[in-house]
Design a protein around this ligand. Structure first.
Ligand code: KG4
Ligand code: ZN
Length: 349
């Protein structure tokens, strides 16, 4: 069995994968995931309106051993059944990464197991392989989360080129900050998209970041525009009605998703991938999933988007990446002196 751990931000996540079957030639799929747990810290950070790194690290430290015992009993396996440990090394919050890394190193060192220290963004990309089909190259991946927004061209395994990335805020951040301005709570991305489904996106016009520019995303202008719009609406009315909030939410979602889709479509036309992959927390957004799926179908590109629970942070994606790394013979030698890499780019893997 393979144990995977991700503690890069505010979710403590573990997964157990039947790596023996993967290495024996079975195609990776949900069936081989023996167990998965994600413990969210949203309640802890909610009063602060964002993740407090020190609190997050302490919470991982307290929860990880308990969750580890839980996942073993859920999976009905013993510690002795674990042959390989995979853990997120970066990017992420340093203190948070160190907790997962220390746990993984200690467990693997004590039992003389193979240790794989992996990249979180690459993990998001390989969450796509949990859908039961190995990626076909060349592939194009839109990675959209609370911390990352990038279009990655994948010529083959681990030959990555970043076609576009954000100059300022990530797409998830744009969702969360706009939701905050609308008083929808923290983290508001998912709530904003629920409200958007009830609103009219044409009721307000908001800027689509860097429209016409294909090499970069930008969402900070949108945040400013939403702030201004909400202020002026609040001045003209005593309270923002539920319908106004729904309409603004729909306009915000439209502006963010249009920027993502336009650049992805332009890239798809240019690089002609065999697979288009949509991953990361914002990939949970239904509107984005449907829009991109239609665009891919039109261009006869096979579209892959993971189940929603594998879009937001989880450890199954790290298990999936570990399986791919082992299948490609790229695991290397376990090095127990490694530290966390909070800024680790996928170009430096
Ligand atoms: O991948 P993730 O869990 O964490 C990072 O690695 O950043 O992504 C979290 C982000 C948050 O910004 C959250 O608001 C956003 O994903 N998100 C959504 C939706 N569900 C989660 N954004 C838009 N629509 C959704 N349905
Ligand atoms: Zn993530």
């Amino acid at each position: 069995m393979l144990l995977a751990i991700d503690t890069s931000c505010d979710e403590t996540a573990l997964a157990i994968l039947d790596i023996k079957k993967v290495l024996a030639g079975e195609v990776l799929s949900e069936k081989l995931l023996v167990s998965e747990v994600v413990s969210s810290q949203i309640k802890l950070h909610e009063p602060y309106g964002g993740v407090v790194p020190e609190l997050a690290a302490r919470e991982h430290f307290n929860n990880l051993p308990i969750l580890f015992e839980n996942i073993l009993s859920q999976a009905k396996i013993k510690k002795d059944d674990i042959s390989t440990v995979a853990v997120t090394r970066g990017p992420g919050l340093n203190g948070c990464l160190l907790v997962g890394l220390c746990f993984a190193k200690a467990f693997a060192a004590m039992r003389k197991l193979q240790l794989l220290a992996l990249n979180h963004v690459e993990g998001h990309i390989f969450s796509a392989e949990l859908m039961g089909k190995p990626l076909q190259y060349p592939a194009l991946a839109l990675v959209v989360s609370g911390g990352h927004t990038m279009l990655v061209f994948m010529k083959s395994f681990r030959r990555y080129e970043i076609i576009a990335k954000t100059r300022d805020d990530a797409a998830g951040e744009a969702f969360d900050k706009s939701a905050n301005l609308l008083g929808l709570g923290y983290p508001g991305g998912a709530i904003l998209s629920q409200r958007a489904a009830l609103g009219n996106a044409l009721a307000y016009k908001l800027p689509v970041g860097l429209a016409g520019v294909n090499e970069a995303f930008s969402f900070s202008g949108l945040k400013t525009a939403v702030g201004r719009l909400v202020n002026s609406l609040a001045q003209s009315k005593e309270n923002l009605s539920e319908q106004i909030i729904n309409d603004v939410a729909a306009a915000v979602q439209q502006a963010i998703i249009k920027a993502l889709v336009d650049k992805t479509v332009a890239a798809m036309r240019r690089v002609r991938p065999r697979n288009l992959i949509l991953v990361g927390g914002v990939a949970a957004n239904q509107y984005l999933r449907i829009w991109l799926e239609n665009e891919a179908r039109e261009q006869k590109v096979e579209f892959i988007v993971p189940e929603r629970r594998w879009c937001t942070d989880n450890a199954s994606m790290i298990a999936s990446l570990a399986a791919r790394v082992l299948l490609e013979g790229q695991a290397g030698i376990s090095d127990f002196y490694i530290s966390a890499l909070p800024q680790w780019s996928i170009l430096d893997i």
